[in-house]
Ligand binder design. Structure first.
Ligand code: BES
Ligand code: MN
Ligand code: ZN
Length: 496
């Protein structure tokens, strides 16, 4: 979707749909007040009569209001002004976007950023509205024909703001592109989105940006590097594993990069520890971590942020087979530490541990892995937050802050040493499962053993990256949090 600025009088703006907000029990403001004047008070009359509902999340669509050039006016209820916080703002934008997607409008003129939002300036409101509207405008079409009566999604939106807001729209464009990429990869079926497909995507990125390069490792190269944990997970599948390394240079070469590592299990059957059949198709989202680090990578390249970034994707398919790894196997990871496999369904940590060891060669300023690692995380936080774990509270706080900034929120879980004892094994340095209690945390503890001496954090996006309802699918998250984190890093870097 295209974003533009247009600060002509809202009442005169020629558009398929003008989108305004109204607070409850509050005089009409900004564009809403101007529209009201242009239509001789008809808007206020509709509010006063209750035909326009001003409660938060309520919507009213008006057609052909006299004196107003727009063909439709979408009035978004914003509720009490003092309760209108950034999350409420984001929700209103997302609801407006979903409504526009499903109506005949092909363009819209947005005035929602005029609504005062606790603690956030106009720049943020324009940026956030653009991203939320773009995300809501998404429709999965890759493997199905459009139905003839489906309305086309919006092609463009303009914002009632002046040229100063161009930077906000540019930032939104990069973030939206990242979300879209992540979402599309997440939704693609597992017979199409294989480890090799993810590698091809990475090659495409490298071909589109001059300062991006890519390296793909297959079984042979992984074996040379002694990545036995990653290899074991992929050994039961005809779709061989890939380690995908993308490098973006936005700053001089010697500046330490941020390294993002993604779990890219393109389908997780559980392996020999087979998952139950019901809902198994959801395990195509098990590459959500990989999709989001690829999305954030693309956002960073699109924005040409002045930082260095490396993205490492550990891609594999976890299948039961005559060649598959089994419970009882002891694997020697690339780090030299041995792992007793007690459950082949705890495969994410096995592909990630070798990817984390590999990533240390980049001397990261921060090492962050993103993974749909545990069902326990969905139980704990549902689909609303990603779990953040780190022994570096400053890094955890930076990620939480980025999540609040992009309304792609995280919540911190403890990574205390006391939980490590659940990983003790009789036959190896550790086992790959920690039992029922604190399943997300013991998975984080496992990973921490492969990021010793690193400024490292783990993001479990098992709930946030997709939604259960079948028409929802991938959310693309946590691209917002990651991209905002990278933007914040770029802002902090001294300009030289
Ligand atoms: N990919 C799953 C985690 C998952 C479950 C993500 C549900 C999204 C929704 C992961 O590989 C897994 O199977 N984890 C096991 C670990 C257990 C065997 C210790 C789990 O959570 O059950
Ligand atoms: Mn699994
Ligand atoms: Zn998995």
């Amino acid at each position: 979707m295209k974003f533009a600025l247009d600060n002509k009088e809202s009442a005169q703006t020629d558009t398929d749909c003008l989108v305004i907000g109204v607070f409850k029990n509050t005089p009409l403001q900004g564009s809403a007040a101007a529209i009201n004047q242009a239509c001789d008070g008809a808007l206020k009359d509709l509010v006063d009569s209750g035909d326009i509902d001003t409660n938060w999340k309520d919507t009213t669509l008006l057609h052909g209001l006299a004196g107003v050039a727009a063909r439709r006016i979408l009035v978004m209820g914003c509720g009490e002004p003092d309760k209108f916080d950034p999350v409420r703002f984001d929700t209103v934008c997302a609801i407006a976007g979903a409504l526009l997607r499903d109506h005949a409008a092909s363009n819209a003129h947005i005035c929602l950023h005029e609504m005062e939002t606790g603690g956030k300036d106009t720049y943020w409101r324009v940026r956030q509205a653009a991203v939320a509207l773009d995300r809501a405008n998404y429709k999965y079409t890759a493997t199905k024909a459009a139905r003839p009566h489906d309305h086309a999604p919006l092609a463009s939106i303009s914002f009632n703001a002046d040229d100063k807001m161009q930077a906000a729209l540019d930032e939104a464009k990069g973030m939206a592109k990242g979300y879209l990429q992540s979402r599309e990869l997440g939704n693609l079926p597992p017979n199409i989105c294989t480890p090799a497909y993810l590698a091809d995507k990475a090659r495409e990125f490298a071909a589109s940006y001059a300062n991006v390069s890519v390296k793909i490792l297959k079984r042979k190269e992984m074996a040379k590097l002694k990545m036995s944990a990653l290899l074991a997970v992929g050994q039961g599948s005809a779709n061989g594993p890939r380690l995908i390394i993308l490098t973006y240079t936005g700053k001089d070469d010697d500046s330490r990069p941020v390294v993002l590592v993604g779990k890219g299990i393109t389908f997780d059957t559980g392996g020999i520890s087979l998952k139950p059949g019901a809902n198994m198709e959801q395990m195509k989202f098990d590459m959500g971590g990989a999709a989001s680090v690829l999305g954030a990578f693309e956002a960073c390249a699109d924005l040409q942020l002045p930082i260095n970034l490396v993205t490492v994707v550990a891609a594999a398919e976890n299948m039961p087979d005559g060649k598959a790894y089994r419970p009882g196997d002891v694997l020697t990871s690339m780090s030299g530490q041995t792992i007793e496999v007690l459950n082949t369904d705890a495969e994410g940590r096995l592909v990630l541990c070798d990817a984390l060891t590999y990533s240390q060669r980049f001397n990261p300023a921060a090492l962050i892995d993103v993974a749909t690692l545990t069902g326990a995380c969905v139980v704990t936080l549902g689909h609303h937050a990603s779990a953040i774990m780190s022994k570096h509270d400053d890094l955890a706080e930076e990620l939480l802050e980025a999540g609040r900034g992009a309304i792609d929120r995280g919540w911190q879980l403890p990574l205390w040493d006391i939980y490590q004892s659940q990983l003790k094994s009789t036959f190896a340095d550790m086992k790959n499962v920690g039992g029922m209690p604190a399943g997300s945390i013991t998975a984080g503890c496992f990973l921490s053993r492969f990021a010793k001496d690193q400024r490292w954090a783990h993001i479990d996006c098992a709930g946030s990256t997709w939604k259960w309802a079948s028409d929802e699918g991938s959310t693309g998250r946590p691209v917002g949090m990651l991209t905002q984190y990278l933007i914040n890093q770029a802002r902090q870097e001294p300009v030289d």
